[in-house]
Write a protein that binds this ligand. Structure first.
Ligand code: MV4
Length: 577
């Protein structure tokens, strides 16, 4: 075989991570980049790099045409999709194959079967994977009450072609059913272009447990252990670990057996994840199968010693895999480091990272695309690094993670590091009594008690949040760090950035987007007289609806937005004169 030329149809830390393995295997790596990523680390690290379009993901990382054009220009022989973006689009897998290249992922038929959540449930049921009681087909408004009666409340309404928690609605009382069904269906149409929804009994107080599968093209399927991803907020995982602290050897074997059976039923090849819930009684229920390499594959690598990207490449090239003797050792934990401010409702704070030092030392791994001076673009996901540690036991891994989090220095952008430090010291996490809904409730209960970054902290939107100044003094020959909580003593001046533009919002007549999102509804018209505080539009961002108020009274003189439009940070929403 000629030397493989692998194009990575992705960006950020996962592109960097895939390039590293490609280098180790002696293959050629080909990066693609949007205008926002011209100076990105993955572009620098790859053997070759091709521009695929503007910052807008729809016209770059999500554009099958642009990527295939780059792939043929680069004479790529294979394509790795990473996670997110095009990784679970069967048309992309087909386009790669049609161009005579190898798709480093599952067959398009398997992606399609698992993308249809109702079909996936039926496949799981056929081979004896326990499924949550519910409907095997999409339901209509007319059928729903009888089905709900049969299933029993509480019920969760899910989009048949959805995923990731979008378009899901909970029904606790019978009278909520019709409304939940209508909303879920409307959202399913808006997000996924298909209105079908189905019903499942809602499993309360469960751990989110998922099985790592690896399959070759010769019918061999292997189970590489489970991961516990119960620490989540709005369906964004924050902490992941393996093994799950709520899975014993017997349950692990059962989860492994049913997951392998499902992979075989689907004709699955490559890396995949069977996602499920473990309820309070220790019962496992299948939820869905993710047909990609996941963000948290790293913890599995840490305990198995396997390079999952290498195995993906080998499997895609038709090699036989034998992982039957693989044994997992110890415990691994991953913390996702996002450029978000937990103290400000996780508002993304992209921008230039002015200072950066990664933790190191025994059994510490950092997968990141950031270095001092590099930019975290506002156009994509806010996760910029993953911190992974392993140790012989879970308590030891928690201590190691706390040590590594303390070493991690990030300046210029807010981060989730202080939040992780807090999570890992809660009784719930230490005892593993936390369930999928735990973090959101704990955050509400803890309110402002969660410490935030001193160094990397941005001034608030109102510009009034004091930034503690840090001083180092020597007292009696001993080095003592001192923090000054007095806003007359500002810390070192912030470098000029888009952040400083936020200050004068309140006095300006230009209403700008403070976050990237989708305009759901516009509540004013051009030419209209409005009062201060009137809602101009609803901006959906971070899976939340944000009402954007007018900063002052006046006339709406410009309104350059449309419903359904995606706005970027700093885009003008309205001008008020
Ligand atoms: C569920 C569930 C409880 N019962 N299904 C969320 C993501 C998607 N992959 C499936 N998810 C869930 N499905 C049933 N029948 C709980 C979740 C779930 C969840 C639900 C609400 C709020 C947070 C959650 C976090 C993880 C999983």
């Amino acid at each position: 075989m000629a030397k493989p030329r692998i194009l990575i149809a992705n960006r950020g830390e996962i592109a960097v991570r895939i390039i590293r393995t490609i280098k180790e295997l002696g293959h050629t790596s080909i990066a693609v980049y949007s205008d926002a990523d011209r100076d990105a680390l993955h572009v620098e690290m790859a053997d070759q790099a091709y521009r695929i379009g503007p910052a807008l993901a729809a016209e770059s990382y999500l554009s099958i045409g642009s990527i295939m054009e780059a792939a043929s220009k680069a004479k790529a022989t294979a394509v790795h999709p990473g996670y997110g973006f095009l990784s679970e689009r069967s048309q992309f897998a087909r386009a790669v194959a049609q161009a005579g290249m190898t798709f480093i992922g599952p067959p398009p038929e398997a992606i399609e079967m698992m993308g249809d959540k109702a079909a996936a449930r039926q496949a799981a049921d056929r081979v004896g994977v326990p499924i949550v009681p519910g409907t095997t087909d999409p339901v209509t408004l007319a059928e729903a009450p009888a089905e709900a009666e049969r299933i029993g409340l509480p019920i969760i309404v899910k989009a048949a072609f959805g995923g990731g928690g979008r378009g899901m609605h909970l029904v606790r009382k019978p009278e909520e059913l019709a409304n939940a069904l209508a909303r879920a269906s409307r959202e399913a149409q808006a997000y996924f272009g298909r209105p079908e929804v189905f019903l499942e009994r809602y499993i309360d107080r469960a751990h989110h447990v998922e099985a790592q599968i690896m399959a070759d093209a010769h019918g061999n399927v292997f189970f590489l252990g489970e991961r516990d991803c119960s620490v989540q907020r709005r369906h964004q995982k924050l902490v992941e670990e393996t093994p799950s602290p709520v899975v014993d050897a017997e349950l692990r074997q059962r989860i492994g057996e049913v997951s392998m059976a499902l992979a075989k039923e689907a004709g699955y090849v490559n890396a995949g994840t069977v996602e499920g819930l473990v309820d309070e009684d220790g019962a496992f229920y299948f939820l869905e199968m993710n047909t990609r390499l996941q963000v948290e594959h790293t913890v599995t690598e840490m305990v198995t010693g396997l390079d999952l990207v290498e195995l993906q490449i080998r499997a895609a090239f038709g090699e036989k895999l034998d992982l039957s003797k693989v044994q997992s050792r110890g415990h691994a934990i991953q913390c996702r480091i996002n450029a978000e401010d937990p103290a400000r409702n996780f508002l993304p704070g992209p921008g230039r990272v002015t200072g950066y030092r990664e933790p190191a030392g025994p059994f510490v791994r950092v997968d990141s695309f950031v270095q001092a001076g590099r930019e975290i673009p506002s156009d994509y996901d806010s996760m910029f690094a993953k911190l992974i540690v392993s140790a012989q036991t879970r308590p030891r891994a928690i201590k190691r993670m706390l040590r590594a989090l303390d070493e991690f220095r990030v300046e210029g952008v807010p981060t989730t590091i202080p939040l992780h430090r807090w999570i890992l010291q809660t009784r719930a996490f230490i005892k593993s009594s936390h369930t999928t809904t735990w973090l959101e409730k704990a955050l509400r209960d803890a309110e402002l008690e969660i410490p935030t970054d001193g160094a990397g902290h941005q001034p608030g939107v109102d510009g009034k949040q004091p930034v503690p100044a840090e001083l180092l003094v020597e007292v009696d020959g001993r080095r003592v760090p001192v923090r000054i909580f007095d806003h007359r003593h500002e810390s070192a001046p912030h470098p000029p950035s888009r952040q400083s533009a936020r200050h004068d919002q309140a006095v300006h007549s230009v209403v700008k987007a403070q976050m990237q999102g989708t305009i759901l509804r516009i509540l004013v018209e051009a030419g209209q007289e409005i009062q201060a505080g009137d809602v101009v539009c609803i901006l959906e961002a971070m899976k939340m609806e944000n009402a954007i108020p007018a900063p002052r009274e006046g006339t709406v003189s410009e309104l350059p937005i449309r419903e359904g439009q995606v706005v970027q940070v700093g885009d003008t929403i309205a001008v008020i004169d």
